[in-house]
Design a protein around this ligand. Structure first.
Ligand code: WT7
Length: 667
């Protein structure tokens, strides 16, 4: 927790009451908090009734063997049926599900629920034809085009867990994920549009397929959407493996009888950074996850499906895209905008123009984006009529009070509540957030756990801290959309999330989120950021060790240490300290550019270090543990703190003041 956050906290006295009209017609009202706390299982059962169950559950929660939970035990349902078919059957087939906006202007497409049903059925038939069966894993590496959603739903329809890999990740990152979950089929595109030009995706899949094969895993088929029409590299097409989407899907039957799966059937695996190098495959299952997404999307955004136009700017490759573009909004029958490109293409007001054009009423984005717009000045958004907006959401990292107030004032015209939503890939759905029709919002605070969720801030021993103090954020009761395990690694699941505060008879098992938090004098929660060696860059979790391994894989690097340093634009930025191998000499003039390029290639642009410092030594404790705290001091230009536990206390003198700077153009 930085001092600045703490001082903001103590001086923050602004409160924003919910607008009277919103409060009067809110989906969820204050009574829900008490009702849910009195009988959480009954409350969650009520939320599960939002879905169509082919067979109802016998038991709401099986928590006999923590931390392995089963929700809605014995129930059967199909996630895609819930997101698509049931709306068509209820006579809402003509309602627009997705207003898709391509990055090239005038490249738009609207899909009704009936259209979506046809597309999903065709894709399900095509995937079946390619050999996909219930339980098989399908990797998705696509730009933000409707086919991404169609493929996810087609997989869900078949009971084939999908694993979506962010299109900005490199072939190495893709390869390790393909091998870890043993993906049978990959769905990709020739390329996508970014900042006005077509950038290729297929070559990364080709490379990843070779790398996965080297690790003993064979991908059987690659289904390729033609999006940009760009030329494929020579020799890239492999007959028998590569199949065009328009050949396989367009001609497939639009009829598909769906099977209903157990509530605990795996729905997807999403990889996220942990403190050790290997990303963790977070497993979400069907009934509980869908319940969590549908309920929170309805409650936190006060969704009125008949009149709202919803837009979440996240990429489909992150959990926010899964829960709040695909599963929550579609389960609720919402109409939403899906935008392919970057916020500033072809001009800086593109987002605001889209809000105006489509009459967006609910808008969900990340603090890093808000801060970058703040820097450009209010003239750009002020050119657009955004009076349709009624609720604004924020997610991904703590939103600083200045950005919150700017967001509310400039984008929301001072009418709209801002819901600062705290959650994680692991929690599957929003856990801590104001309710827009109930809570008087405080800029910078995610406020309290939503009805049905139990959050606490505890000290080292796991005891709740008093109001006005800080500690570790935990979830103290199971919830339906909780991760079920780490793919293929139950032990790591237990160790990572459930062992920091071991279960006791009185309090049961605590889920440790890895975040520090503070309860203010009113008991409201301020999330302060990660306490482990995980950074948050532009709302994306990156592990320090993953980037360190990438650096060390470069032939000139002997050792590397990475820390997250405070950054005005991206929240945190990657700062790396490297020791070169003797034979590399001083590394050459371009060593910094070379290493940055290397990380970009190994992991992707988002992980590119903002700064790389070539150092003779790293600060280590006597047991050899790198003291990142000291490196963070250097990276954030602070006076270096207590060095008494260093094995060699002169090391920091060698390091301080040697920062070689170079900004990343993309990350
Ligand atoms: C981590 C989870 C949840 C989807 C996007 C990120 C940080 C997230 C907030 C918030 C303060 C936040 C936490 C959390 N975080 N939302 N509203 N206020 N911090 O998902 O990649 O799993 O990252 O993001 O540190 O643990 P993720």
């Amino acid at each position: 927790m930085t001092e600045e956050t703490l001082s903001n906290l103590s001086h923050e006295e602004r409160r924003f009451e919910p607008p009277a009209e919103l409060a009067a017609s809110a989906n969820l009202t204050a009574e829900a908090y008490e009702r849910a706390a009195a009988d959480p299982e009954a409350f969650w059962a009520e939320q599960a009734e939002r879905l169509d169950w082919h067979q109802k559950w016998d038991r709401v929660l099986d928590w006999d063997d923590p931390p392995f939970a089963k929700w809605f035990v014995g129930g059967k349902l199909n996630a895609a049926y819930n997101c698509v078919d049931r709306h068509v059957e209820a006579g809402r087939g003509d309602k627009v599900a997705i207003h898709w906006v391509g990055e090239p202007e005038d490249d738009t497409r609207s899909l009704t629920y009936a259209d979506l049903q046809q597309e999903v059925n065709k894709a399900a038939n095509a995937l079946t034809e390619l050999g996909v069966r219930a339980g098989d894993r399908v990797a998705i590496y696509l730009p933000m085009i409707p086919e991404a959603i169609v493929t996810m739903l087609a997989c869900a329809r078949l009971g084939a867990p999908h694993t979506v890999v962010f299109g900005g990740f490199s072939s190495d990152a893709l390869a390790s994920r393909l091998a870890d979950c043993q993906a049978k089929v990959v769905v990709t595109a020739d390329g996508g549009y970014r900042r006005g030009s077509a950038s290729a995706l297929k070559p990364a899949v080709d490379e990843a397929r070779v790398k996965a094969a080297d690790n003993g895993h064979r991908v059987e088929k690659v289904l390729v959407v033609r999006r940009t029409g760009q030329e494929l590299a020579e020799g890239s097409w492999e007959d028998g493996v590569d199949v065009w989407w328009h050949d396989a899907v367009d001609g497939a039957s639009a009829e598909h009888e769906c099977e209903f799966f157990d509530s605990e059937h795996p729905l997807y695996v999403m990889y996220t950074s942990g403190t050790t190098g290997k990303p963790k495959g977070i497993l979400h299952t069907t009934g509980g996850y869908l319940t969590g997404c549908a309920y929170t999307h309805w409650a936190v955004f006060d969704l009125k499906p008949e009149t709202d136009v919803y837009w979440c700017t996240a990429d489909i490759g992150w959990v926010t895209g899964h829960s709040y573009i695909v599963y929550g909004p579609l389960a609720n029958g919402a109409t939403q905008v899906l935008y392919e490109g970057t916020p500033d293409s072809p001009e800086r007001g593109r987002w605001w123009k889209i809000i105006e054009q489509y009459g967006v009423t609910i808008f969900y984005t990340a603090p890093t984006a808000i801060r970058s717009f703040m820097k450009q000045g209010r003239e750009i958004p002020d050119r657009h009529d955004m009076s349709s907006l009624r609720i604004l959401g924020s997610v991904g990292e703590p939103i600083n009070p200045e950005a919150y107030v700017w967001y509310r004032e400039v984008i929301g015209g001072n009418r709209t509540p801002v819901v600062d939503t705290w959650w994680q890939t692991e929690t599957g759905a929003i856990m801590i957030s104001p309710l827009p029709g109930v809570t008087a919002g405080k800029p910078g605070s995610a406020m309290t756990a939503i009805p049905g969720v139990a959050a606490e801030v505890v000290n080292d021993e796991g005891h709740p801290v008093p109001d006005g103090s800080g500690g570790y954020l935990v979830l103290s009761k199971p919830w339906p959309s909780m991760l079920r395990t780490i793919w293929g690694d139950d032990q790591r699941f237990k160790d990572t999330y459930w062992s920091r505060f071991p279960a006791t008879a009185e309090r049961g098992a605590y889920y440790f989120a890895g975040d520090g938090a503070k309860k203010d004098e009113d008991g409201d929660i301020w999330v302060l950021g990660r306490v482990d060696d995980v950074m948050n860059v532009s709302g994306h979790r990156l592990s320090t060790t993953e980037i360190e391994s990438a650096l060390v894989s470069h032939p000139k690097v002997a050792e590397a240490a990475v820390v997250g340093a405070k950054d005005e634009d991206t929240g945190q930025a990657v700062c790396a300290f490297v020791i070169l191998r003797d034979e590399a000499g001083d590394g050459g003039d371009d060593i910094v550019a070379e290493l940055r390029g290397h990380v970009r290639k190994e992991i992707g642009p988002i992980a590119t270090p903002r700064q790389i410092m070539v150092v003779p030594e790293l600060p280590k404790t006597r047991s050899g543990k790198i003291m990142r705290r000291l490196l963070r001091d250097v990276a954030e230009n602070r006076e270096v703190g207590d060095v008494t536990t260093l094995a060699d206390s002169t090391v920091m003198d060698l390091i301080s003041g040697r920062l070689t700077s170079g900004r990343s153009d993309e990350a």
